[in-house]
Write a protein that binds this ligand. Structure first.
Ligand code: FES
Length: 127
């Protein structure tokens, strides 16, 4: 098997382009990974599907804005392009429960995956 064939096997069909409109997101299993696919203003991003803080499914209520995704539970926020952490568990402020709960787990970036469009299909690269 050539290296090119090996690489091609890592691209997984996610959804058809016309099934993920702008501003929408979808949780799906690709390979053995639970992935969140996001259409942000016509650009496709794929991240791990569960919040790094307490594993809440980001498809359930997370908001995408300013190139970030914000978990609805304690509002941990990551960049959607590289998954870098912006803010860790700041909510609620009063009482300072969010910060307290945030201390129970180590701060982590959100894993991201490359995407591409091939034909009418959005694909995600899972290494
Ligand atoms: S579970 Fe997502 S911020 Fe706490």
């Amino acid at each position: 098997m050539s290296e090119i064939e090996f690489i091609e096997e890592k691209w997984f069909n996610a959804v058809k382009v016309n099934k993920l409109r702008t501003g929408k997101k979808k949780m799906l299993t690709l390979g053995k990974k639970l992935v969140l696919l996001i259409n942000s203003e016509g650009n496709y991003f794929a991240t791990e599907a569960l919040c790094r803080h307490m594993r809440w499914p980001l498809a359930w209520g997370a908001k995408v804005s300013d190139d970030c995704i914000r978990c609805p539970l304690h509002q941990t926020t990551h960049k959607i392009d590289d998954g870098s952490l912006v803010e860790w568990s700041p909510f609620p402020l009063f009482p300072a429960y969010g910060k307290l709960v945030g201390k129970f787990s180590k701060q982590k970036d959100l894993r991201t995956y490359p995407t591409r469009v091939l034909g009418d299909m959005i694909q995600v690269y899972i290494a």
